[in-house]
Ligand binder design. Structure first.
Ligand code: ZN
Length: 304
């Protein structure tokens, strides 16, 4: 028996049009005609030095490899100046990725700002930014074997920074059951084991993710949807560690996310994280970790 205290009908969102006031003002067309403006001055972002990363990619040695079992999570470390790849090891499988600066969990991946600075879905050349008050690239995407996918006829694309992570709390609200292998819990267990933290403390450091290999978009009513991941065994997305990184990856219980998540209904496969070292001569051209934001931190509370 599902526990639905508010009743399913009230929980389900009506089509967008039903929420709107149907009588438009006389100048509705003029109001809608305002031109869209890109919110951020993205031309001022640090440029992507494709030649530098391409040169380093020529000579890479695998120095570590971590297998993430299905419906589970694992943590991994990547020294700055190294690369790491999230590899679809055996079959179509979505992964939920968290990143922190190693030894300093307060600086962590900021999916919302990454979305605003780049796009709802990220690929080669995009950065994964850290949270305030740091605000710098933690990692740069240097290769994406699904870069060919683009945007499909449903408006879906790959590797989104829209979705948060499947979690047991929302699942309990929607379905009235406890399920312990959502990505939130998988990431919590992975971080707790790696850092020697109590689960309730580790959980507080788990944050909104990069949905690796996931195909997502918004429908015509702006509702978030997913569809079968196009990833196949051997596909990977590759990152350059701009700072010393601690990562955690969950192999989502939704498998390829073609049907459901937060349950054991779908086939689920392992993921693998490979850590790769460039040749020292190639790395010598890299200028080092990016500086944190130069904002002085006054917040209007300090007099000049
Ligand atoms: Zn998940």
């Amino acid at each position: 028996m599902l526990r639905t205290p508010l009743g399913r009908a009230t929980l389900r969102r009506a089509p967008l049009q039903q929420h709107r006031q149907l009588t438009a003002p006389p100048d509705a067309a003029a109001r809608r005609a305002a031109p869209p403006v890109i919110c951020y001055q993205v031309e001022n972002l640090p440029s992507y030095d494709a030649a530098l990363y391409a040169e380093m990619r020529e000579r890479l040695d695998v120095v570590d490899s971590v297998v993430v079992p299905p419906r589970d999570g694992r943590a991994f470390e990547v020294p700055k100046g190294h690369f790491f790849r999230v590899v679809c090891a055996e079959g179509a499988q979505v992964g939920d990725l968290n990143l922190w600066r190693r030894g300093h969990l307060a600086e962590r991946f900021y999916s919302g700002k990454t979305r605003q600075l780049h796009a709802s879905h990220v690929t080669t050349g995009d950065r994964l930014w850290s949270c305030m008050p740091y605000m710098r690239p933690l990692a740069t995407i240097t290769h994406d074997t699904l870069g060919w996918y683009g945007v499909d006829d449903d408006g879906a694309s790959i590797h989104d920074v829209i979705g948060t992570r499947c979690d047991p709390y929302t699942n309990a609200v929607l379905r009235g059951v406890d399920y312990d292998n959502c990505c939130h819990s998988n990431l919590t267990r992975a971080l707790a084991a790696h850092e020697g933290l109590a689960p309730e403390e580790a959980e507080l450091h788990v944050h909104d993710v990069l949905n690796v290999f996931m195909a997502t978009g918004f429908d015509k009513d702006h509702r978030y949807f997913m569809k079968a991941s196009p990833a196949r065994a051997g596909d990977y997305i590759e990152f350059f560690a701009e700072v010393d990184l601690l990562g955690a990856l969950s192999a989502c219980p939704g498998g390829d996310c073609s049907a459901s998540h937060s349950d054991d209904a779908t086939a689920c496969y392992p993921l693998r994280v490979d850590v790769l070292a460039p040749h020292a001569d190639d790395l010598a051209r890299w200028t080092g970790s990016p500086a944190v934001s130069s904002y002085a931190g006054g917040h209007g509370l300090r007099t000049p």
